[in-house]
Design a protein around this ligand. Structure first.
Ligand SMILES: [Zn+2]
Length: 171
């Protein structure tokens, strides 16, 4: 399942606000080294301001995961503490050495794509899932949602990107 997030974005060009749906997780099952870019498109997480037309890729962490091929890779254009948290949750759920918990974190978009291709070609190998701990899911599910903090000392990009809601969609 790919995970889609609604973001409220403040246009860095004209300063006006708009909302866009962006991927947090992109599910690549059934893809190969030759065709995965039909799923991970060049316009993935590109947003366009409806007011002035300014277009850019959101500097947002994005996980590409292929459960059938057995690997996952993060695109992490800027340090993202949420990825640290998710990696801990995946370690509890799937095992500390599983590809979910150990997914490499790649800063550059083209390097992100090259890393995915290397997994598909077999040049890189990932560790399989070693467990499936339903108990850890229950614990996560029973935790109350943490409210988003707003603060003046957070980075500019965090102020620009205020997550509104998290939804899960099948593609
Ligand atoms: Zn704009």
């Amino acid at each position: 399942m790919s995970k889609i997030i609604d973001f409220q974005i403040e246009c860095p060009d004209c300063g006006r606000q708009y909302q866009a749906k962006v991927f947090r997780t992109l599910w690549g099952d059934g893809c190969t080294a030759d065709n995965f870019t039909s799923r991970l498109k060049e316009d993935t997480n590109m947003v366009t301001c409806p007011h002035c037309g300014h277009s850019f890729r959101l500097p947002l962490g994005l996980m590409y995961v292929d459960v059938k091929a057995g690997f996952a890779v993060w695109y992490e254009p800027q340090p993202d503490p949420n990825i640290d948290n998710e990696a801990r949750q995946y370690a509890a759920l799937f095992g500390a050495d599983s590809y979910y918990a150990k997914a490499p974190r790649v800063k550059d978009w083209n390097e992100f794509k090259r890393t995915i291709r290397r997994y598909y070609t077999g040049e890189l190998k990932a560790n399989p899932i070693t467990k499936f701990d339903f108990g850890s899911i229950k614990q996560q599910a029973s935790k109350p949602a943490t409210p988003q903090k707003k603060g003046g000392c957070l980075g500019v990009l965090i102020l620009l990107l205020v997550p509104l809601a998290i939804g899960i969609a099948l593609i």
